[in-house]
Design a protein around this ligand. Structure first.
Ligand SMILES: NC(=O)C1=CN([C@@H]2O[C@H](COP(=O)(O)OP(=O)(O)OC[C@H]3O[C@@H](n4cnc5c(N)ncnc54)[C@H](OP(=O)(O)O)[C@@H]3O)[C@@H](O)[C@H]2O)C=CC1
Ligand SMILES: O=C(O)C1=N[C@H](C(=O)O)C[C@H](O)C1
Length: 267
């Protein structure tokens, strides 16, 4: 790892971005060199409420920030639209992206991986940085070898923009890697109310719950003859994601492709 990893954070006022600013501030080998926010152009981080004593300048435009600042890593915690744009710009400027922002499609991942490889630069997109959530996904993949009937119920706070969650999409993809294709439920079932059976990913159903009071939760429910198995993870605060953000920043410096999912770098 470089002695001092120079970091830009996009979305520093957000729920995740704020935690990431504190993580970078408290990590000796990390240095916050700039932030990209939709507001507050020209201020410094320490001028924002609740922020640590950091002199990093805030830009309201990623392109300008990347042109003016020298950085090793971009941590993006913004919105699906902004996150995709920022990732592309970072690759263009040879800054390694660590992206927690969700809403990337399989086509986005394939296109961005090609670009990262062409540029010979590492990038990490992690739909969930919480170690427990990664284990929930891995355990679900293990269980799917034995249970072909499974439904995913993800539950989040009601400020979330994307549905289903990135974690649910990734869980469905991991399960479908090993699960023999099956259209679940009764072949003649009718949805009397549109959406009652949730969204479909290769015959597997995903349900998204949005309520104030929730943070980030997911149940993966398997059913077999005379039995069910439920694998559940709960993030009860955003600090749960920070060890994973640190691990991703450390590892993005060592890879020369786009890694999708923290499970690929966890030992
Ligand atoms: N991978 C993981 O483990 C986790 C991922 N997430 C994902 O991270 C993302 C952020 O989540 P969260 O912090 O809860 O969301 P918030 O809405 O709290 O924060 C997003 C922040 O990004 C800012 N923003 C929006 N557009 C831009 C832009 N173009 N440039 C710079 N900043 C911008 C917003 O500012 P404003 O609203 O003023 O425009 C806001 O401050 C989401 O995609 C979420 O799904 C969340 C938790 C864990
Ligand atoms: O928006 C959130 O809050 C979260 N988003 C990620 C997702 O979409 O899976 C990770 C976590 O679930 C929290």
């Amino acid at each position: 790892m470089a002695a001092n990893t120079k970091i830009i954070i996009a979305g520093p006022r957000g729920k995740m971005g704020k935690e990431a600013v504190h993580l970078v501030h408290e990590t000796e080998e990390f240095q916050l060199v700039a932030a990209v926010d939709s507001k507050n152009n020209g201020l410094t981080i320490k001028e924002l409420p609740g922020m640590p004593d950091e002199n990093a300048f805030i830009y309201d435009d990623m392109q300008t920030c990347l042109e003016e600042m020298e950085a090793d890593v971009l941590i993006d915690l913004t919105t699906p639209t902004a996150g995709k744009h920022h990732l592309e710009l970072a690759l263009d400027h040879h800054v390694r992206p660590v992206v927690g922002t969700t809403g990337f499609t399989p086509e986005d991942i394939t296109r961005l991986r090609k670009k990262a490889e062409e540029k010979e630069i590492g990038a990490i997109i992690a739909p969930n940085f919480a170690v427990g959530a990664v284990l929930m996904m891995k355990f679900s993949q293990m269980a799917a070898k034995y249970f072909s009937d499974v439904e995913i119920i993800e539950m989040h706070h009601d400020n979330k923009l994307d549905a289903p969650s990135g974690t649910a999409a990734k869980t469905a993809a991991l399960i479908n890697e090993v699960r023999p294709h099956k259209e679940q439920g009764h072949p003649e079932e009718q949805e009397e109310l549109e959406g009652a059976r949730g969204a479909q990913v290769d015959g597997l159903r995903v349900h998204s719950v949005r309520l104030p009071g929730l943070v980030a939760h997911q149940e993966v429910m398997f059913g077999g003859s005379g039995q069910t198995l439920t694998i559940r993870h709960d993030s009860i605060n955003r600090q749960s994601f920070m060890p994973g953000v640190k691990l991703a920043v450390e590892n993005v410096l060592r890879v020369n492709t786009l890694v999708y999912g923290l499970e690929n770098i966890m030992e």
